[in-house]
Design a protein around this ligand. Structure first.
Ligand SMILES: Cc1cc2nc3c(=O)[nH]c(=O)nc-3n(C[C@H](O)[C@H](O)[C@H](O)COP(=O)(O)OP(=O)(O)OC[C@H]3O[C@@H](n4cnc5c(N)ncnc54)[C@H](O)[C@@H]3O)c2cc1C
Length: 291
């Protein structure tokens, strides 16, 4: 990484130190965690005027806690650590996270962090889409103290989020569902190192008789400047038996809700068509987890 404008590299040992540095440097400082996304920005010449890097690896934010009603994942938890988490491997409701962790290359699994994945605010990433389907929240700290930001409100645009200049992400939280729930995620990609052509995550709350009581569906990867919620598809899946006819209608509704871009990876029409396919496959995969 050759960030020639950088004059200082800090490794504070507490949140206060990070917040003071963010306040001091404002737009000319950047947090660095695993550095995997920053590296890409630098190599494409997309970062300039950065005078200071603030490494947050010494804050001890690499813990996962799944006790009680909330799952908490610290910001510097690496993706590989999340993949190894027992609950992620076993629990149907966390199936979407398990699925998303099968895609990144091993180098990214070993250095990319949960906080970095969220904070990059890149609509092509996979993990944020799964967190949205699981109704996750961002935990942030700044000069005005700590606050919880709903992930729906966190993503503000392409590479933009709602953090204040002196705030940083300390972790993410996911509510543990009170009733039987399941989830799944699917990414369509050109190769194992590429961003998604389109990706989609679904989370389903189920009743004892096998009906769907509620659904959350989000798509990413070239479908908007932030991940897109497929509300009409959620409405069709909710209070249904999730039979073939329902999946067909929900898949079409999801496709109709997407207004994708055309780029070198795929046309908008192809992305829309695949939105329908991914929704049907993701719901089928999520239901299969309960068997
Ligand atoms: C080759 C390659 C393949 C990839 N494949 C996938 C994939 O298949 N699926 C997928 O979902 N993702 C994929 N990614 C994206 C990857 O998940 C992210 O690059 C990684 O998670 C970012 O984490 P990091 O710690 O490296 O972030 P950094 O590069 O350290 O930081 C990224 C950005 O977030 C900011 N930041 C970091 N941490 C914080 C924080 N705690 N608070 C506030 N701001 C912060 C930084 O200032 C920077 O702007 C891939 C990336 C690469 C390079």
């Amino acid at each position: 990484m050759a960030l020639t404008s950088v004059q200082s590299f800090y490794s504070p040992e507490d949140s206060k130190g990070v917040i003071e540095l963010l306040a001091k440097y404002e737009d000319s400082a950047l947090i660095v965690a695993g550095g995997t996304f920053l590296h890409g920005l630098v190599s494409r010449g997309l970062l300039s005027g950065i005078e200071a890097l603030i490494n947050i690896q010494k804050l001890g934010l690499n813990q996962i806690d799944v006790s009680g009603a909330t799952m908490t994942v610290g910001a510097t938890t690496i993706l590989g650590q999340l993949q190894s988490c027992e609950q992620v491997q076993k629990e149907a409701w966390l199936g979407a996270v398990k699925d998303a962790m099968t895609y990144p290359p091993v180098q990214i699994m070993n250095s990319g962090t949960v906080g970095g994945s969220i904070s990059s605010s890149c609509p092509f990433f996979d993990f944020p889409v799964t967190l949205l389907a699981l109704d996750g929240n961002v935990q942030a700290e700044g000069g005005n103290g700590a606050r919880t930001i709903s992930l729906d409100e966190f993503f503000a645009g392409l590479f933009e989020n709602s953090l204040e200049a002196d705030e940083f992400v300390t972790g993410v939280t996911i509510p543990v569902p009170a009733s039987k729930s399941t989830s799944a995620f699917i990414k369509m990609e050109t190769n194992a190192n590429d961003l998604a052509i389109i990706n989609l995550a679904v989370s389903l709350s189920m009743t004892d008789d096998g009906s769907c009581a509620g659904a959350r569906v989000f798509a990413g990867g070239g479908v908007g400047e932030t991940p897109v919620r497929c509300s009409a598809a959620e409405g069709i899946l909710s209070a249904s038996k999730l039979d073939e006819d329902t999946l067909e209608k929900a898949g079409q509704a999801a496709a109709d809700e997407l207004d994708p871009l055309s780029d070198h990876r795929a046309s908008a029409e192809y992305r829309k068509a695949m939105g329908k396919v991914l929704l049907k496959r993701a719901v089928t995969s999520a239901i299969g987890r309960l068997a």
